[in-house]
Design a protein around this ligand. Structure first.
Ligand code: GLN
Length: 454
């Protein structure tokens, strides 16, 4: 009830929730009380969570914040959210996000921008919370839920985490089931938590993760007790610092933050080693081919027949066209066009196939570093702190917006786990985050290392 009251009081300001489910929340809370009284409390018993609108929730608003899914209420529950409910968590409602998770500022949502709870010192300008999981990050930062689910295809957990001073982890590809999560780019998409601290993120990921017969890319490996890793020594650990992440024009503050992070990890007993990930500079262009390609294929299903919006036309082809023209926003249309182009005969070899080859090289860069004895890699999470809503510069040039993902997309391309952890404030008093990248299925290493930084 306290969280529902907080949402009622503050959501108008932040626009983090696009649907609140008070009856469901109170009902689930009552069930939790009973389970607790009966001595059968789950790991998340009674914990109120916000759910990104990308997760299918039974009979509850699920629209990936797109107009084209208007009125869609699935008759099924995503595996990740079902896992959370099985452990006793309580649903508060659905959270705002960029349309179909395409964006880095939450401004592509059909439901409007989300306001970052943080403001620069002495300024009243409204800032973005990052994206695409902007609603999740803002709701956690503003205490409108205890933690939230999110997804990360190219940084959408880690970048909003960094912009709001929260902790976000994208687990290894395959750690969480993708079943029931609206697909953006299926070979990159992973669910993960955004939480207020490393411990909460560790507890929540443990509940979210599972193998699932309904997603053959989910992996049948035991899910460790991530919380148990917190407080473990970093002695003997080797942390790699990739020189390619020192990008041109990186602000001094980010550089300083990175050095500070290195110093903290050294103090905690880790050995710092310089490493090279030579194909890093190709990650962003390759990502912006692979992700739109997969998106154009995944989004073909929204045709006005099966889901949501239908705009009638003179025949079925006309109905498809009118529905898709009215239902998708500008950024989604841009991605569908790029994706269709790079997959089309004559261009497939030049773009898509080439991008897949680059992806293999990016993955190999990481493998070589890990094979040489590096346990985790430390980088900044984002090239800047949160920027303003409706930034003219970014609005005029979508490629500039894509540059936000420069430190995060390599992790998705290689399928690795990555965590963003708050590491300090910039001169404006805004949060900045550091990122740790780990070996496949070694999320524990990330949690224990991030715990030293937070
Ligand atoms: N900003 C990236 C994009 O727009 C990442 C999105 C995501 O991780 N869902 O594609």
């Amino acid at each position: 009830q306290a969280y529902l009251n907080a949402i009622e009081a503050a959501n108008q300001v932040f626009n983090a929730y696009i649907a609140v489910t008070p009856e469901k929340a109170l009902d689930m809370a009552k069930t939790s009380d009973k389970r607790r009284a009966g001595g059968a409390a789950g790991a998340l018993e009674g914990i109120p969570l916000g759910i990104k609108d990308l997760f299918a929730t039974h009979d509850v608003h699920t629209q990936a914040c797109s107009h084209i899914l208007d009125g869609f209420k699935p008759k099924y529950e995503s595996t990740v959210t079902q896992n959370l409910w099985d452990d006793g968590a309580v649903m508060l409602g659905k959270l705002n996000m960029d349309e179909f998770a395409m964006g880095s500022s939450n401004e592509t949502s059909h439901y409007g921008a989300v306001v970052n709870p943080w403001k620069a010192q002495g300024s009243n300008q409204q800032l973005v919370p990052g994206g695409s999981s902007g609603g999740s990050a803002a709701a956690v930062a503003a205490h409108l839920c205890a933690a939230a689910t999110a997804t990360d295809t190219g940084g959408s957990i880690r970048q909003p985490g960094a912009f709001t001073g929260t902790v976000g982890i994208k687990p290894t590809y395959g750690r969480c089931s993708r079943w029931g999560t609206v697909a953006f780019a299926s070979s990159l998409d992973q669910a993960g938590p955004i939480a207020r601290d490393v411990r909460d993120a560790a507890i929540m990921l443990k509940s979210m993760a599972s193998v699932d017969a309904k997603d053959t890319t989910s992996v049948d490996l035991p899910v460790p007790d991530y919380e148990a890793a917190l407080g473990q020594s970093l002695k003997g650990m080797r942390i790699g610092i990739p020189k390619e992440y020192r990008v041109d024009g990186m602000p001094d503050e980010i550089e300083k933050l990175w050095s500070q992070g290195i110093a903290w990890l050294k103090d905690a007993g880790a050995e710092i080693v310089d490493i090279t990930l030579p194909h890093t500079k190709y990650a962003l262009p390759a990502y912006y081919i692979v992700a739109p390609a997969e998106a154009s294929s995944n989004l073909a299903r929204y045709d006005g027949v099966r889901y949501g919006l239908r705009v009638d036309g003179k025949d079925i082809a006309d109905m498809y066209e009118k529905t898709r023209a009215a239902g998708f926003g500008t950024e989604v249309k841009r991605r569908i066009m790029i994706g269709t182009y790079v997959l089309s005969a004559g261009y497939y070899d030049a773009y898509y196939l080439q991008a897949q080859k680059v992806r293999t090289l990016i993955k190999r860069d990481f493998e070589l570093v890990f094979d040489a004895g590096v346990d985790a890699i430390l980088t900044p999470a984002t090239p800047s702190s949160a920027f303003g809503i409706a930034d003219q510069d970014l609005a005029a040039d979508p490629v500039k917006m894509y540059l936000n993902d420069i430190f995060t997309v390599t992790v998705n391309m290689a399928g690795l786990p990555g965590i963003a952890v708050p590491a300090g404030l910039d001169a404006k008093g805004l949060p900045l985050g550091l990122q740790l990248i780990g070996k496949p299925f070694e999320e524990e290493t990330l949690f224990k290392t991030a715990y030293v930084i937070e």
